[in-house]
Design a protein around this ligand. Sequence first.
Ligand SMILES: Cc1cc2nc3c(=O)[nH]c(=O)nc-3n(C[C@H](O)[C@H](O)[C@H](O)COP(=O)(O)OP(=O)(O)OC[C@H]3O[C@@H](n4cnc5c(N)ncnc54)[C@H](O)[C@@H]3O)c2cc1C
Length: 450
Amino acid sequence: MSQELLVIGGGLAGCEAALAAARNGVAVRLVDMKPLEFSPAHHSPHLGELVCSNSLRSDQISSAVGLLKAEMSLLGSGVMAAARATAVGAGKALAVDRERFAQHLESQIAAQPLIQRELARVDSLPQTTAVLATGPLTTGALAEELSNLTSSDHLHFYDAIAPIVSLESVDMDHAYWGDRYGEPGQGDYLNCPLNREQWGEFYSCLIQAEQVPLKDFESPQFFEGCLPIEVMAARGEKTLLFGPMKPVGLEDPATGKRPHAVVQLRKENAAGSLLNLVGFQTKLTYKAQDLVFRKIPALVGAEFVRWGSIHRNTFLDAPRVLDPHQRLIAAPHLFVAGQLSGVEGYVESAAMGILCGVNAANLLHARPLLTPPPTTALGGLVTHLQNTASKSFQPSNINFGLLPPLEGRVFKRLRGQAQARRALADFLAWMEAGGLIPAGDIPVIPGEDS
Ligand SMILES: Cc1cc2nc3c(=O)[nH]c(=O)nc-3n(C[C@H](O)[C@H](O)[C@H](O)COP(=O)(O)OP(=O)(O)OC[C@H]3O[C@@H](n4cnc5c(N)ncnc54)[C@H](O)[C@@H]3O)c2cc1C
């Protein structure tokens, strides 16, 4: 028997890592502090607690998160088994009974003879092979050690996410390429102008828009350099016009005139198919964002692949501190899984837990470590964590923009299916090459006529 694997944190990522390593023949010690101690968001004594919503989002394989779930099931995911067993009706989404879900996951852990559970809070980074999966509210001594190891610039305690749109959905009749405030450059910014009247409508909609209430443990103190746009707007019209919506140097080539205000969009991925709204981090509700951001003429019909948000969230600056197998470059015996590694969401956290569990087992068995192909949903998450092009790394949900574009022309309504078809073929080939046996049936992707 190889050396034991330590898994710290029994949330979604930690449970998956422990189960995956055990399935691959490694003895695991799974340590969680609950119910001795709870983070401010955790309340249940069970492992695998869903801290908020009971939804694991779309269950359709033609959506990015549906595809990720299919890949996880092929890898034998405990979270997916628990979700299927405890699902409640939710249309095209997969939602669960949270209490039964956690009990199911916990019973899978209890039934696995290679996993030993331990009740303790871990305060220091281990010296032996381990998976760190302590989640978005990792605090205290462990966070401090991580911060020291990676340098404090590389461990963040809040995410400040600006909305992201797909380039193809921007109305180019109301947008033009340029540079940051007219500085010489490669024309990397897509400028979305507003005239005085459009600005007035946008601004009045923004200052009235509904905001997400702060949780008890979230401080209303925002960094001055990273203020939510609604906070800036509340300081007066000029704050935005001299801030992220400053039009200086951004003359519209169609009119030769300077617009009243400009929203700049910046490339979010290497392919340039996704763009973020620069400086538009926000705590507005998704519904309010849908209303406010569509007042920007270029974005009236835009596809928002991610809405903006600001959360208390501990996460690593993954592109700079993790290697391609989610190990700390400064301590390669430590894998980082889940939200702490820089992915966002229940499903994504669990998925990265499986990958870390498989690779930790491979490491302990002296077998090569595996990287899923970039065309797959799991590979797309790895691509995001390794995206050194982004200077200010922020966590991401899975979306098709993280995968390379499809080759050739594919009708928009068929793109999800085409992505899923390509991904599954590549995923199964990858599993076979890595000696991983698919669990359960190979999913069927609906055809063009269905
Ligand atoms: C308030 C809040 C609401 C959220 N709502 C949603 C939502 O609705 N949908 C969604 O998809 N995502 C949501 N998220 C994100 C969500 O946390 C992650 O998606 C997911 O739970 C992360 O899984 P994880 O396994 O990485 O961490 P967690 O699920 O947080 O698990 C971490 C585990 O580590 C344990 N632990 C922590 N520190 C230590 C230590 N030092 N020693 C021992 N054990 C430790 C904890 O007890 C916990 O069991 C929310 C996050 C927060 C904070």
